[in-house]
Design a protein around this ligand. Structure first.
Ligand SMILES: [Cu+2]
Length: 209
């Protein structure tokens, strides 16, 4: 059986990034060596390591069609999570809220937050909308996204996020917060819970200028 196009594209993206350095190596405050010197003009082709090259159809918490490429031009914080997680996902969403709170008002209006569920079968738009309301996630900045299992796996591959379903209600997963530059290239990753957010906030401020 041929592999889905999204998986093939994710593998190509990963290979392109490894020609420079893996997204993981962009972690902490280190500069991302995989960021190419492509022109940053809005109409220019996306860098070949851009997550936005995954042109899969997503659905947001309002039930609207959503493309990752619609985030182009905005520094974006990406978290893979699932809504029924009882342990770490609520903490990670709290960490993203801390990042948002650490931004200047000017940067806050530009930065976007994209939460992609590992569990699209359970996390319907209604459930995602309820979660967004419960956590007071501003819909102008926060998109909670569900897609096909293949497309979720493709994003996880590009971000270096591991996940695995251990029983019908539990998914084990990496605790990774990723910062994308306005072209969709990984420039920073935080691993673990309750990490200091100052470095990420500074990076987002710089990207939002
Ligand atoms: Cu979780």
């Amino acid at each position: 059986m041929p592999r889905p196009r999204s998986i093939v594209l994710a593998a190509a993206l990963l290979a392109a990034c490894h020609r420079g350095a893996a997204p993981r190596d962009a972690g902490r405050d280190a500069p991302c060596h995989c960021r190419p010197d492509a022109a940053m003009a809005p109409g220019a082709p996306l860098p070949d390591t851009s997550l936005f090259l995954l042109d899969a159809p997503w659905t947001d918490q309002a039930g609207r069609a959503f493309q990752l490429a619609s985030l182009r031009g905005a520094p974006t914080v990406v978290l893979m999570f699932y809504g029924t997680c009882q342990s770490v996902c609520p903490v990670l969403i709290g960490d993203l809220l801390h990042i948002e709170a650490a931004l200047s008002p000017a940067a806050r209006t530009r930065v976007r937050f994209a939460l992609i569920t590992f569990d699209p079968a359970t996390d319907t738009p209604e459930r995602l909308r309820a979660l967004a309301a419960e956590r007071r996630l501003d819909p102008a900045r926060w998109s909670l996204l569900r897609g096909s299992d293949d497309d979720v796996r493709a994003v996880a591959t590009v971000l270096g996020v591991q996940f695995s379903r251990v029983d019908p209600t539990t998914i084990t997963h990496s605790n990774t917060i990723t910062v994308l530059d306005p072209q969709g290239v990984v420039v920073q990753q935080l691993e673990g819970l309750r990490q200091p957010v100052d470095g990420v906030a500074r990076r987002l401020e710089a990207l939002a200028r």
